[in-house]
Design a protein around this ligand. Structure first.
Ligand code: PLP
Length: 402
């Protein structure tokens, strides 16, 4: 009997448990302290009314036999696939067939599971810093090699995103098979222009690589940046795109996302679309009818207005953070096309020392940049997902202390 030993290679805890531990210790010692959390990557505003109305209606349908639904189609109901096709892609000049869209329970699952359909010997390039799931799932899948003393995995090609390159990675110097890109990025909050992304698409087509493009924060884009990688017309031969209703429409608790796998994506004569379809049909049993009706309502006229109002609320919080931090003398990035503000920690401190300082001095909790990868060291992430009231209070505290 053997376990999958790759799991033993994983570092003992995900980023957020050491944070929780430190905060709990602080609370135990300072029970009256009013801690403000600007570390949360979870939404806090209620679901749009159009969404909950659609859910109520769908629940009523499920309560009578003639409109009851059992197992959903594995890849999504047509009513939702059509809305996604039209509003997210056709409206940007991108034509996708509905069987190129796969509805799922989350971009976390999809970005994590996609590795199932690729050989373990593939080389992998990942932005640094980035959403930790890409690295951890490649460790589990046996593609990461060994953890080195510098905090990097021996077989992963790191693509540093630093202040020097304005948080846009350089193309790899050698050949890589799989490339994870995430724009607008978690944690740096930076988006990518079409011209910059085109370089990656050209690299991937020339090198027969596949780009795994995570656009979970696409809805926060306010500037002229890329929403979908397929806006670059030759991307269908080299890219899979991940989207989610989580941050867009407050679905972190409801769970619904979608992944696009174009039929033009073929490796050695094998259709990647067919492989993913097979993988999903075997290991995933679809998203509930009620949830998919909820997601459909995001695209109604009312739904779109309500979703935009929530996004504007978070973006306003991000603006408050950015402005306040600038006044306190910090350099920041992001926050314009993203709910994340990325800041340089004061000289002489590392990311965790700044975490401790912020917690002890002003009772504000953020996320140490080093938790998102070695190149995140010396940086810190604050999020716009708390209430405006709490955000203002946190910023006032930071300004008074720095
Ligand atoms: N992708 C990125 C870059 C994220 O930051 C997150 C969540 O924080 C996810 C995916 C997860 O999305 P979902 O809630 O759809 O699983």
């Amino acid at each position: 009997m053997k376990i999958n030993e790759n799991f033993l290679k994983l570092q003992s805890s995900y980023l957020f448990s050491p944070i929780g531990k430190k905060v709990n210790e602080y609370k135990a010692k300072n029970p009256d302290a009013e801690i403000i959390r600007l570390g949360i990557g979870d939404v806090t505003r209620a679901l749009p009314a159009a969404v909950t109305e659609a859910m109520h209606k769908a629940v009523d349908e499920m309560s009578v036999e003639k409109s009851f639904y059992g197992y959903p189609p594995e890849y999504g109901y047509d009513f939702l696939l059509e809305k996604i096709r039209e509003h997210d892609f056709l409206s940007r000049g991108v034509s996708l067939d509905s069987d190129e869209i796969f509805v799922s329970d989350g971009a976390k699952s999809d970005t994590g599971n996609i590795g199932d359909i690729f050989g373990t010997e593939n080389s992998v390039a990942i932005c640094d810093p980035v959403y930790p799931v890409y690295i951890d799932t490649n460790v589990m899948g046996g593609r990461a090699g060994e953890l080195l003393e510098n905090g990097r995995w021996s077989n992963i090609v790191y693509l540093p995103c630093t202040a020097e390159n304005n948080f846009l990675p350089e193309l790899p110097e050698s050949h890589v098979d799989l490339i994870y890109l995430c724009f607008p990025n978690n944690p740096t909050g930076m988006g990518i222009t079409k011209a910059e992304l085109k370089k990656w698409v050209d690299y991937a087509n020339e090198n027969e690589s596949i780009i795994l493009y995570d656009a979970a924060y696409e809805a926060f884009i306010t500037e002229d940046l890329t929403h979908s990688i397929y806006e670059i017309d030759v991307a269908k031969t080299c890219a899979i795109e991940f989207r989610s209703f989580s941050k867009t429409a407050g679905f972190t608790g409801v769970r619904c996302a979608y992944t696009m796998v174009p039929k033009e994506l073929v490796v050695d004569g094998t259709s990647i679309n067919k492989l993913w379809a097979r993988r999903q049909a075997t290991k995933f049993n679809g998203v509930s009818y009620v949830t998919q009706r909820a997601a459909e309502a995001v695209y109604s006229e009312q739904g779109r207005q309500q979703v935009q109002a929530t996004i504007d609320y978070y973006l306003n919080n991000a603006k408050i953070i950015t402005k306040g931090l600038a006044e306190a003398g910090f350099t920041t990035w992001g926050g314009i096309n993203s709910p994340y503000v990325w800041l340089k920690v004061p000289e002489g401190l590392d990311s965790w020392a700044f975490f401790d300082l912020l917690l002890n001095k002003v009772q504000v909790v953020g996320t140490p940049g080093s938790g998102f990868g070695p190149a995140g060291e010396g940086f810190f992430r604050l999020t716009a997902f708390n209430s405006t009231e709490k955000t203002l209070e946190a910023v006032a505290r930071i300004k008074s202390a720095f």
